[in-house]
Design a protein. Sequence first.
Length: 438
Amino acid sequence: MEDHVKRTRAGPATWLPRVFYGWWIVAAAFVIHGLSGALFFHAFGAYFVYLQAEFGWSRTLISGAFSLSRLESGFLGPLQGWLINRFGSRTVVRIGLLLFGVGFLLFTQVDSALTFYGAFLIIALGSGLCGFLTLNIVLMNWFEKRRSTAVALSAAGSSVAGLMVPAVALALGTFGWRTTAVGSAILLLIVGLPVSQAIRQTPEAHGHVPDGRGTPEPSDGTSGHGTGLSGPAAGFAAREALRTRSFWLLAAGHGLALMSVSAVSAHLIPFLVAQLNMTIESAAGMVAVLTGVSLVAHLVGGFIGDRVNRRLIATLCMAGHAAALAVLASAPTPAVVAIFAVLQGLSWGFRGPLMTPLRAEYFGRRALATLEGFAALVTTAGLTLGPIAVGVLADRMGDYRLAFLFVATMAGVGMLCFGLAARPTRLAGVGAAARGVL
């Protein structure tokens, strides 16, 4: 609520150096994404090995917790959109960080599959509330012409976090997974909460306009990424957007992309340790290669995404995901795995910053928080099914190769989804979509 009531003519946080305030929000999002990525998303594979060694659980059981935690975040999506509209993103992020930290503390007390799943669900709830959906909505409000760049720079925090996986793996080996989890909780609270203070919901409420322009410059929708949907009240109503094929095709393509990302995040380290006989530290180093490439691609992709057709880039990146998983499925040596890491990192990095800007480009800001929430129902299906499908197939077949080929095939389907997701147009004065309507 404070996003809507604490306003001054001078704008927020006037003690900060005089640059467009939207970039300070980008910096805050970078830090929060970095914490989430380093401590949870990228680190899960390293925890996986220690949990399996201590409790003797199957791949399916452990990866199932990761998948169900993502499923919880997806079902939260529509409610999360409402919470953002009602209370503001800063409040939602703060609640998320608190739950994230509490979840890690509960994780240290795990002694059964039931308590393991319970702790993971709380971790997922917290990470979801302070994650991409909430932060990207803020960035869509503060930027129009540089949306992809803003998202890329903020999401680079998650890629930088991947470079920290070897450090997390070292902490796990040195101090144990329970002590490492306590340290993770402390970092979330003492770093994340102060940083979240920088978040503000809209530029207009604080005397700014998107991109820091001197005066608003509505797009006519005829060039670049202009949509003709300028301003916080412009764009499709939620009901209109949900009736278009394009909304659901974009969501499906995004979900299938995240299937490949989540499957790799959960199973790459176990695969390298079990089938290529790599040490956990060496396997974590391969994760660092993947995320290092992704970091560079994020930054370049954000710049390109503000200048080149975003849907075309997303389509090509899905082909890259498919090729990467096919390479991983047949990898006989760590050198070939490195080729996979480069392909996957490039595809993930170039595509990642484009998803929310693409929906904002198609449907405007008017109902974007609600639309992102409904899209999360679909994208989370991919996040959930990826680790579970790979875990089940690996348990039944005795290795990961067929499982990775399955995910590669699904990435190919995602390529078709993006390719078919034409931009919807509206009948003048009617508000219905002229094409691409269900």
